[in-house]
Design a protein around this ligand. Structure first.
Ligand code: GCB
Length: 595
């Protein structure tokens, strides 16, 4: 029985199957639509929001309100849109009111917008940059779609539901931590909730370009174009790169087309981040991309960018802000990159989930290399096929969203996951998914150490191009000699990136020797770590943990007070700790491996 099938006004109190009707029509990577160069009507701004701890709104069907005043309702309800708080979108509710800081549950967002009539040859989509973790979308009282996965974009087709004139849009967003989600409930960052990236409305012709990509082939003298349409049409699409004088027709069969064209391009690189404008057109639709061309591959234990060895001087970064939580503005992203460059970086690891879409776009312009990843973090429920489907979908959405970004060179498929058969099968599946969707980039994960042989050995490594290793010798493991032994013992046979290493420091806390939480020990830690790492021939890069201190409930000592303090810069995003200068000096004086 569901609440839909009865007149009993108390049915919702007893119906534990209330969520079932909303499990249909979920947006996935398959339904994702590129917004590159498209005109999007912004639906950001003031919305109304009501917190909902118990999914009461799904039980009572808060989306199916008529808009008559409460006194007219046949059955009294426990919800009124006007009683909600006025909140901005994008935002995270946790930072809007002190009493909402630790709220984990649902929230009903509502706004109205005016729409023109839908033309006969038109599709209308709602687009969402991200909602953490799951979202259900309702238009004028009808359930129109939903999504799960807290950091990837999705679109919902509302062509058949959109009314000319005023429309009421409601989104139920829910951020409960659960053992079967990706990530699961135990994480070392803050679980911000809400509609925290942009929302918009896009109008497209019925036959539209769902995705289009351009990739430089490994030999470097040909570009492969790929296009996917909204329908299984057989037609042709056009591609043009005006600066190269390139124009070609892509044959499209059953809605999909690919073409390889000879081209002489100037390569994109950190020193010379050359971008080209590409225009794809098909029927009445067109998208414009700005992309760059480069190759990346592995040879023995080295990473080659444009066929030259590169050492990745990097730092990890979270999306975390004292005032906005997980909301990133363009100014925030540019500030992160300014700080990373000041540190001497050519590389950032975007931990531990897909960051805002603008991040890779700006990295393309700035000439920074990126590791982008999905939150397959710690003790995921590897045996659950639904969890795998969720992880696979998040990874696919990330790859399809960023496929034209030359800055992204590595897809990360997991972080520090215990070595079980179920984990191996799960993560091998993700590595295969990444390779299938995008053979042009490298796949990595933060792998494990074999404690018996004391070597970098992980069965997952067979499925990866690059072995990531998080290690904290000198911090969680007091002795640096362990690192020396580990690096000396290991024969990984492929490049290793130290995907994390770091130590906590409270700003202004000083002391000599291994005094934890001092700026001095953090600085010394990074110097000693770097000395050992940079001297190891198979190590091809380092992503130091991390650029800024960040909120996390699990860190509660007097020095931490709800923050992970391994930032090289404080949570004010301004105060550089001694370790910032120490690592900057290491990066500055490191010889160029290509020289
Ligand atoms: C790790 C995790 C990272 C933590 C970090 C730490 O290995 O991957 O998410 O925040 O250690 O500070 O302990």
């Amino acid at each position: 029985m569901t609440t839909e099938q009865t007149d009993d006004p108390f049915a919702h109190l007893h119906d534990e199957d209330y969520a079932h009707p909303f499990s249909e029509r979920m947006a996935t990577a398959e339904t994702l639509v590129t917004l590159a160069g498209r005109s999007v009507l912004s639906l950001d701004g003031a919305w109304r929001m009501t917190l909902d701890l118990f999914d009461e709104g799904l039980r009572q069907r808060w989306f199916a309100l008529d808009e008559t005043p409460p006194s007219q309702w046949a059955v009294p309800r426990d919800y009124e849109i006007e009683a909600g708080e006025a909140v901005p979108v994008p935002s995270c509710w946790n930072v809007l009111k002190p009493e909402w800081t630790y709220f984990e549950g649902g929230a009903w967002y509502t706004r109205w917008f005016d729409a023109e009539p839908v033309g006969a040859d038109e599709r209308v989509l709602l687009s969402f940059g991200a909602a953490n973790y799951a979202a259900l979308v309702f238009l004028d009282g009808e359930h129109v779609g939903g999504h799960r996965g807290g950091s990837t974009p999705f679109t919902v087709d509302v062509t058949d539901r959109l009314k000319p004139g005023r429309n009421r849009l409601q989104v139920f967003v829910e951020n409960r931590r659960r053992p079967d989600r990706v990530p699961m409930h135990h994480i070392d960052w803050f679980n911000y909730g809400g509609l925290y990236r942009e929302v918009g409305l896009v109008r497209l012709p019925k036959l539209f370009i769902r995705r289009a990509s351009a990739t430089l082939m490994p030999e470097g003298d040909r570009i492969r174009f790929e296009i996917v349409l909204s329908e299984t049409a057989t037609t042709t699409a056009d591609v043009r790169i005006p600066e190269l004088g390139l124009a070609a027709s892509i044959p499209v069969v059953d809605g999909r087309g690919a073409l390889v064209v000879a081209a002489k391009v100037e390569r994109w690189s950190p020193e010379h981040p050359r971008l080209y404008e590409i225009r794809f057109a098909c029927g009445k639709d067109a998208v414009t991309e700005r992309t760059g061309f480069r190759t990346v591959r592995v040879e023995d234990t080295r990473i080659l960018l444009n066929d030259r060895p590169i050492w990745l001087k990097g730092v990890c970064v979270h999306e975390d802000d004292l005032e906005t939580g997980k909301v990133s503005s363009e100014a925030d992203i540019r500030r992160r990159f300014r700080h990373a460059k000041e540190l001497g970086c050519n590389f950032l690891r975007l931990s531990h989930y897909p960051h805002h879409e603008l991040v890779a776009r700006i990295a393309d312009e700035e000439g920074l290399l990126l590791w982008a990843e999905v939150p397959v973090y710690w003790a995921i429920d590897f045996a659950d096929p639904e969890t795998l489907a969720d992880a696979r979908n998040q990874l696919s959405e990330l790859i399809l969203r960023d496929v034209n970004r030359p800055s992204v060179i590595i897809w990360g498929v997991g972080n520090e996951n215990a070595d079980t058969d179920a984990r191996l099968a799960f993560m091998a599946d993700l590595a295969k998914t990444a390779k299938r969707l995008d053979p042009s980039r490298l796949v990595s994960a933060a792998c494990l150490i074999n404690r018996e042989t004391f070597a970098i050995e992980d069965r997952l490594a067979d499925h990866l191009d690059v072995v990531g290793l998080n290690e904290y010798f000198g911090w969680y493991e007091p002795d640096f000699s362990g690192l020396e032994r580990l690096l000396g013992n290991s024969r990984p046979g492929k490049p290793v990136i130290i995907s994390e290493t770091g130590a906590d420091a409270a700003i202004g806390h000083r002391g000599a020797g291994r005094v934890l939480f001092t700026e001095d020990w953090q600085a010394e830690f990074h110097r000693r770590q770097f000395g050992l790492i940079a001297a190891t021939p198979y190590v091809a890069g380092l992503a130091a943990w991390l650029l800024y201190d960040f909120r996390t409930e699990r860190r509660q000592t007097g020095f931490q007070r709800g923050f992970n303090r391994k930032g090289l810069i404080g949570e004010d995003k301004a105060t550089r700790k001694a370790a910032f200068h120490a690592l900057a000096e290491c990066y500055r004086t490191m010889p160029d491996p290509a020289a």
